[in-house]
Every structure is written in structure tokens, then in C-alpha cells.
Design a protein around this ligand. Structure first.
Ligand SMILES: Cc1cc2nc3c(=O)[nH]c(=O)nc-3n(C[C@H](O)[C@H](O)[C@H](O)COP(=O)(O)O)c2cc1C
Length: 202
């Protein structure tokens, strides 16, 4: 049973390329004192397998949670499937720190921008919006259409942080891990969470 005195972070990994960003974000958030409530869409599980070789999806939600806990070597992470609309994050009465959708597909972006709330990711984001809580999206597509840009603008005007996974090069990244660290560090900056993922420009 979940300890309600805590203020967990919500991480949603949707079906866009760049699942490694979401996984790395979880890794970093687990270094904080807070728990992480994780929702992974069905497409995202397939993309994680394709892009990282990790097989996190089990035969049941309990088995999936076990695999996720094993992967992160942490008992501070809780998994909820995308169709579990009875999960704690589905209710505004469940107080959370911040919600991250990393990476965010254009389909999930659209669902959030329209308040469609058709699965747990969209519902939890809808809750974050109605409660005025911190919501950070990392939309990944290339190029963006006018529909994508309008959805982002609509959400940005509501106070949502749009933090696309765009790496920078001024910190001279040596490898992909450095590039991922930069993006995840910027996402953590957006939520005011301290980290040492990249050197600061001085
Ligand atoms: C390998 C793969 C990569 C994909 N990459 C992207 C992407 O970068 N951005 C995007 O918007 N959709 C991408 N898609 C399409 C989405 O997965 C698809 O629209 C899906 O319905 C999204 O559902 P979800 O947001 O509920 O996970 C990709 C699909 C696959 C199979």
C-alpha cells in the first residue's frame, strides 16, 4: 500500500522515439527522497525494447512493476498501466510533486491539449492542469506540423513547460550519454530539481 504522506513525481513514457530520456529521468528522480509513479504506454514498451533492448513489459502489471524495480534497483518506483484509470495519479486528491511526459508523442500531446483523458497518461496530465500543478512535456517529432505547434502553444499558455529533447553542444558532449544527460538535466531544471548532469555555463 502506498504511503500517502509522500509527494511523488509522476513520469509518463509515451510512444515517441527517445525512450532513453524517460528512463534516465526516472533514474535521476529516484535519487531524490520522493517516490516515482510511472506509467508507460503500450507503444512505449515496444519502443523501449526496440531502442534500448530492455524488456520491461511482463505478463501482468505486478510482473511489469517487478521488472521495472529490478531495472532501477529501487523499491521507490510504482508502475501503473495506461488503462488503469483507478491509479492514484488519476485523482486530484492524490497530491504529487510534478508530472513529466518524457518523451511525449504527438498523439499524447494532442490528447492532453484537448483534455481527452482517454488513458492514464492523459488523465493524470488533465488532473495536473486542473489542479494547477507542474506539468512538463518533452514532445518529440521532426518536423513539427502546425497542429503539433498549436497544441504546444495552447499548453504553454496554460503554464505547461514544453521542453523538447533538443541537445546542445556548448558543453562539448563526448557521447550519447552526455547528450541525454543534458536534455534530462534541462528537464529537471524546469521542475527546480537539483542535479549535476552537466557542467553549468560560467
Ligand atoms: C518505433 C516508433 C517510433 C515512433 N516515434 C514517434 C515519435 O518520435 N513521435 C511521435 O509523435 N510518434 C511516434 N511514433 C508513433 C506513436 O507511437 C503513435 O502515434 C502512438 O499511437 C502513440 O501512442 P501513445 O502516445 O499513447 O504512446 C512512433 C512509433 C513507433 C512504433
Amino acid at each position: 500500500m502506498y504511503n500517502e504522506t509522500m509527494n511523488p513525481y509522476i513520469v509518463a513514457i509515451s510512444g515517441a522515439s527517445g525512450s532513453v530520456y524517460g528512463l534516465r529521468l526516472v533514474e535521476e528522480l529516484l535519487r531524490t527522497p520522493e517516490d516515482v509513479h510511472l506509467c508507460v504506454s503500450e507503444t512505449a514498451f515496444s519502443i523501449i525494447e526496440h531502442e534500448t533492448g530492455l524488456v520491461l513489459r511482463g505478463a501482468s502489471d505486478a510482473e511489469t512493476e517487478q521488472r521495472i524495480r529490478g531495472h532501477f534497483s529501487s523499491g521507490k518506483i510504482w508502475y501503473f498501466s495506461e488503462d488503469n484509470l483507478a491509479a492514484p495519479m488519476s485523482s486530484g486528491s492524490f497530491v504529487t510533486g510534478a508530472m513529466f511526459v518524457v518523451p511525449c508523442s504527438m498523439k499524447t500531446l494532442s490528447g492532453i491539449a484537448c483534455g481527452y483523458a482517454n488513458n492514464l497518461i492523459e488523465r493524470a496530465a488533465d488532473v495536473a492542469l486542473k489542479e494547477g500543478r507542474k506539468l512538463i512535456l518533452s514532445p518529440r517529432e521532426m518536423p513539427f506540423s502546425a497542429i503539433h505547434l498549436e497544441n504546444m502553444l495552447r499548453l504553454a499558455r496554460m503554464g505547461v513547460t514544453i521542453a523538447p529533447p533538443i541537445p546542445a553542444f556548448y558543453q562539448n558532449p563526448k557521447d550519447i550519454r552526455d547528450m541525454v544527460s543534458f536534455v534530462v538535466g534541462k528537464i529537471l531544471d524546469s521542475a527546480g530539481i537539483s542535479h549535476s548532469l552537466f557542467p553549468r555555463w560560467k
